[in-house]
Design a protein around this ligand. Structure first.
Ligand code: ZN
Length: 130
């Protein structure tokens, strides 16, 4: 599925980000986090920040640039969230706030990622004053 009509990658104040090109309502599905499904066991030691965990066994490797959802930045005041499907095979980004055309899509990356990669350099999201 292509999302190029609804989203574009843009240069935000903290690097590349993903912008909505139209409005969405709360709980709308925005975009799938697309990529190869890998065994978690095969990812140990892998230098890849785009692994998104489905469960204890599998994750999605979203590092391919065709996965527009990989450009979604972290925010401590997110307007979207990642939801794992019931069968734990896919991840969809859903709106948790009304989104207007021109808004950046941001999600909370979660405590583990935050502590590992964001806290050491300081969070630059809109809420933290970046
Ligand atoms: Zn923040």
């Amino acid at each position: 599925m292509s999302y190029e009509q609804d989203f574009k990658v843009f240069r935000s104040s903290i690097g590349l980000g993903l912008m909505a090109l139209r409005s969405f309502e709360v709980s709308d599905e925005l975009i799938e986090y697309q990529g190869k499904r890998l065994l978690n066991d095969d990812t140990y030691g892998m230098d890849n920040r785009y692994l998104f965990y489905l469960n204890d066994t599998y994750c999605i490797d979203g590092s391919d640039r065709s996965n527009l959802a990989r450009y979604i930045n972290h925010s401590c005041s997110p307007n979207a969230q990642a939801v794992v499907s019931y069968d734990e095979t896919s991840i969809t980004i859903e709106a948790i706030e009304p989104i207007e055309a021109g808004d950046e899509i941001v999600i909370d990356y979660g405590e583990e990622y935050f502590q590992a990669f964001i806290e050491p350099i300081g969070c630059k999201c809109a809420k933290c004053g970046g």
